[in-house]
Structures are given as structure tokens and as C-alpha cells.
Write a protein of this length. Structure first.
Length: 332
């Protein structure tokens, strides 16, 4: 834990004594073996309490089937992974409510979104500590701070708006007719009759890409209804809208540990693609992700996801003014 403590010791906190601060993190899908262990969240919560801040841990509900689709299931999954009050010694909650309907609209005014919908938790805390796990991602190339405040704060409806352009395409030569894609589809868009190849109704498809992630033979890939860069832009716009609300009282730490090719939303134990690199502290999500990429190496992401235009996240962030001029490194 010394590496995390060293980063925390250098952070400038924008919080006041008595502030209620939400630690935004991802406690892993049920059955996932690559999520960050809760010992780090516990260390952050304890550190915040030393600073006279009142921490709690939270995440939002998700689009797809599994152990986090509603708040009740998600809290159960969190508990199974030891993200619980008994271990963390701070409350654990769902940012958009048990039914995923405790939401609010934020102004955006960007190319894709005039407004974005997020969990109401954004207005119920005094500040936020964004604790992100750096890893690869099938749709965005990598996932870390930008994705944590974008998909992480987004309501289910907003997640759907971001995902809407990603649809599955089946390579029948690779398909083994296992039916996993049918089992995980949350809308019944994937169907299978007997030993025939699965069929995908793209009108019913949410674009959540769960079927693609779960295919054991990589027989499915994303086909984009629009340019693949649009997904990156939508992710950035949602993050920017969230950041416009929370930026005055938010700090970020990213863990460069257990780095695998895909996100913690998947079940199973996935091979690492890079050695552990420790922790990064930052005051802006774009800065945090740029530094993480520099430390891990662009080639790691390019090798894992060669066809994803992930750099568009950074160029588009600059185009819409979502970047940081003066990164502070040390306490005053």
C-alpha cells in the first residue's frame, strides 16, 4: 500500500471538514477476477476520514444483464467482492437509485448531446474522489478516468445513447454455437434455434456489446452504425458535462494494476497485458488518462485494440475545451 499512500500524501484536497465525499469506483461484475481489490478503496476512505471528510463508496446501475443491472443486484455483487460497509468502514450506495431511476439532466450543448442524464448522486455529495482502474476496452481502446466519470455517472438511458452505434457482427467460421451471446443479451435481440447460428435483431439491440465481450471464440466484433470515432466523442461529451458540475471539488487517482485487455464488466479471469505501474494522482480526467497512457505505453493499447480510434478522446476533449491548463503536483 506504500505506493498509494505516497500518491495520496502529495494530493491537494479541495474538500472542507465535514464534507460528504463520494468515492466513485467500479467494484467489478459478478464473476470478474480482475477488478481492483477493496483494500485500496479502504485506504482512500481512511485517508479521507483523517482529513475530517465523510466518505462513501458508490457506482451506478448498468445496461446489460448480470450482477449489476439494478441496485439490489449491484449491492449484492459489491458485497461478494468485499465492497461493503463492514470492510470499508464507510457507506456503500448506488448513484442512480435501486431502480436506476433516481436521475437528473445536465446541460451539455455539444455536437451529439444537448443534455446528458446522470445519477442524482452528482447533486447529493459535496465532492468526489474518482478512483479508476486503468485497463483496455473493446469499444474505447482503454478505460480509466474519462470513462469512469462518463459511463460511471451516466444513467442507463445515457449509457444507451452512448452505446447506440455499436452493433454485433458474427464470423460464422469462428462460432461454436455455444449460445453465450443469447444468454447475456438484455433485450432478447440475440436468438438461436437449435444448432443454428445465432441471429441478431439490430432494431432491438442496445449496443451494449455484452455479447461481443462474452464470446469465448471472439466470433463477434463491433460494426458501427456511424464512424467509430462517434462513440469516443459521446463518451467525452458525457464526461465533460459531468465535469462541469463536479470539477471544483474533485480529485482523481488511477490504479495502473492488473491491466487486462477489457473492462471489469466481464466475468472470468483475463490475462494481463502490461506489468503493474502503481498509481497516478491528478486533478483532471484528461490529464489523468494522458499520463496513464504515457506510463503504460501506447503500444499496449494498440496491440490489444488495433482498430479502435482511442486517441480521438484526447483530440476531441481539446476541441470542446475539456482539458486542464495548470496541473498541480504537490501540496502547498
Amino acid at each position: 500500500m506504500s505506493a498509494l499512500k505516497a500518491v495520496l500524501a502529495e494530493m491537494c484536497l479541495p474538500f472542507s471538514p465535514g464534507d460528504v465525499v463520494g468515492i466513485k469506483l467500479h467494484w467489478g461484475e459478478r464473476g470478474n477476477k480482475n477488478y481492483l481489490p477493496p483494500v485500496y478503496a479502504k485506504e482512500i476512505a481512511n485517508w479521507l476520514k483523517i482529513k475530517k471528510v465523510k466518505p462513501f463508496v458508490f457506482d451506478n446501475t448498468v445496461l446489460y444483464s448480470g450482477g449489476r443491472r439494478d441496485g439490489r443486484q449491484s449491492l449484492s455483487t459489491a458485497g461478494q467482492h468485499n465492497y461493503c460497509e463492514e470492510y470499508l468502514d464507510c457507506p456503500v450506495c448506488i448513484g442512480d437509485g435501486l431502480d436506476g431511476k433516481d436521475v437528473a439532466d445536465l446541460p451539455a450543448g455539444y455536437k451529439h448531446f444537448e443534455k446528458v442524464q446522470v445519477g442524482k448522486i452528482i447533486y447529493q455529495a459535496d465532492g468526489f474522489f474518482i478512483f479508476s482502474h486503468f485497463k483496455g476496452h473493446m469499444g474505447t481502446g482503454f478505460g480509466a478516468a474519462i470513462k469512469n466519470i462518463s459511463m460511471g455517472f451516466a444513467s442507463r438511458a445515457q449509457k444507451q445513447r452512448m452505446h447506440a452505434d455499436a452493433k454485433p457482427f458474427l464470423n460464422k467460421k469462428k462460432c461454436i454455437l455455444c449460445g453465450e451471446c443469447v444468454k447475456v443479451c438484455p433485450t432478447g435481440a440475440a436468438t438461436m434455434t437449435g444448432r443454428e447460428y445465432p441471429v441478431y435483431d439490430l432494431y432491438k439491440c442496445l449496443g451494449c456489446a455484452q455479447c461481443i465481450a462474452m464470446c469465448p471464440e471472439t466470433a463477434l466484433k463491433i460494426i458501427w452504425d456511424t464512424n467509430a470515432e462517434v462513440f469516443q466523442e459521446k463518451l467525452v461529451e458525457t464526461a465533460a458535462a459531468v465535469w462541469n458540475v463536479i470539477n471544483q471539488k474533485t480529485v482523481l487517482v488511477t490504479a495502473l494494476l492488473n491491466i487486462v485487455a477489457d473492462c471489469d464488466c466481464l466475468t472470468g479471469n483475463h490475462p494481463v497485458i502490461s506489468e503493474d505501474r502503481g498509481f497516478i494522482g491528478a486533478y483532471h480526467p484528461v490529464t489523468a488518462d494522458q499520463e496513464a497512457i504515457t506510463v503504460v505505453g501506447e503500444e499496449i493499447i494498440e496491440r490489444a485494440h488495433p482498430n479502435i480510434p482511442w486517441k480521438r478522446q484526447f483530440t476531441y476533449a481539446r476541441e470542446i475545451g475539456f482539458y486542464f491548463f495548470n496541473e498541480k503536483k504537490n501540496n502547498n
